[in-house]
Design a protein around this ligand. Structure first.
Ligand SMILES: *Cc1c(COP(=O)(O)O)cnc(C)c1O
Length: 360
């Protein structure tokens, strides 16, 4: 067996230790005589799995008691709809457009009400985070929406926008659990776990409990109401049971490794290796303004499409996988999530140096 260094943006690398544990438990989970995949979600054994996962996540993120934690399905793309359905009481909300996911959330919200573009970085291919200190937020807006880490473009809000007292809703998919966050600054956090935490098919929603009500837009399906899931501890219907089990293992792995502040230090160290090289390279360059760089997704280019393609191909031959940039952006992108070991980043930079020498 040989494992590659996987720089995929998502689904993405998971801790090897977690995968091994899951493999060990595949046929017989803790003496139950069955796989977690085969187990009733109403069983005592599974109830322990989902309760422990929630408790560990609460512990890791220091989630206050007045926030609900939901494990949902349907992708972030469905959350783009459930957010306005549940929160757009006045049918008006502000969106900050920092990339494709923010734009998709904004377009989806337009189906339900007036989604207002508060700021955008589309003028420079989303290579920066716009100034959000004094946005045209009006009193009748129900919330302000951001995509905190822009997976495709490699930017991150290092300072949250001034929402002028309005509730902040944020898509944290690609930076979820990469560093500590102050949950109280958000009304709602959502994250697809397939970026930094687990297998595709699970969305975590962390929502302040005063927003969990029956007062939703007319026509909202039962399954799209956050209250449905909150009232039933994410067991209203069959949850993505196996995915939640793997997430639970990753939460434990994070706790064992020191939690989110230690993770942040490690992520900063890894990103610095790559950014320092990009800043000194004669061939490669980063595409994002320095102060808005993401610790998780690092896009870069050579400036020559053929050379980019050659790089991606030769990197793959050297065990460095999935470095091709997003299909809408081109170039390269290295996603260096929590589970990417520092040696992976060192190997990547060593290979980039070698490639640079051979291709200048
Ligand atoms: C991947 C991603 C999404 C899309 O998630 P789906 O689960 O495929 O719908 C949304 N937002 C961000 C920030 C992402 O990285």
């Amino acid at each position: 067996m040989s494992r590659v260094y996987n720089f995929s943006a998502g689904p993405a690398v998971l801790p090897e230790e977690v995968l091994r544990e899951a493999a060990d438990e595949m046929l017989d989970y803790k003496g139950s005589g069955m796989s977690v995949m085969e187990m009733s979600h109403r069983s005592k054994t599974y109830d322990n799995i989902i309760k422990e996962a929630e408790a560990d996540l609460r512990d890791l993120m220091n989630i206050p008691d007045n926030y609900k934690v939901l494990f949902l399905q349907g992708g972030d793309s469905l959350i783009f709809a459930s957010v306005p359905m549940n929160l757009m009481k006045n049918r008006k909300a502000g969106y900050i457009l920092t990339g494709q996911w923010a734009k998709k959330a904004y377009q989806e919200a337009k189906i339900y009400g007036e989604a207002v573009e508060l700021a955008s970085s589309a003028d420079k291919t989303f290579s920066y985070i716009p100034d959000c200190s004094d946005l045209p937020i009006t009193d009748d807006m129900d919330y302000v929406y951001i995509c905190e880490n822009n997976t495709i473009y490699g930017t991150k809000f290092h300072t949250l926008p001034n929402t002028k007292g309005k509730d902040l809703v944020a898509d944290l998919s690609s930076c979820f659990l990469s560093e500590p966050v102050d949950v109280t600054k958000y009304a709602l956090i959502h994250a697809g776990v397939q970026k930094n935490v687990g297998p595709a098919g699970v969305q975590v929603v962390i929502i302040r409990d005063d927003l969990v009500t029956d007062d939703v837009l007319p026509g909202t399906p039962t399954m799209m109401k956050y209250k449905t899931h909150a009232d039933n501890d994410s067991l209203y219907n069959t949850p993505p049971a196996y995915g939640i089990y793997i997430c639970g293992k990753v939460f434990k792995w994070l706790k064992k490794n020191g939690g989110l502040s230690v993770m942040k230090e490690l992520n900063e160290k890894k990103a610095k290796i790559l950014y320092d090289f990009l800043d000194s390279s004669k061939l490669f360059k980063g595409t994002v303004v320095k102060e808005d760089r993401s610790l998780m997704n690092v896009p870069f280019v050579t400036g020559n499409e053929e050379l980019d393609a050659k790089f991606v191909k030769e990197a793959k031959e050297n065990g460095l996988e999935s470095l091709k940039g997003h299909r809408t952006v081109g170039g390269m992108r290295a996603s260096i999530y929590n589970a990417m070991p520092i040696e992976g980043v060192e190997k990547l930079v060593a290979f980039m140096k070698k490639f640079e020498e051979g291709n200048l």
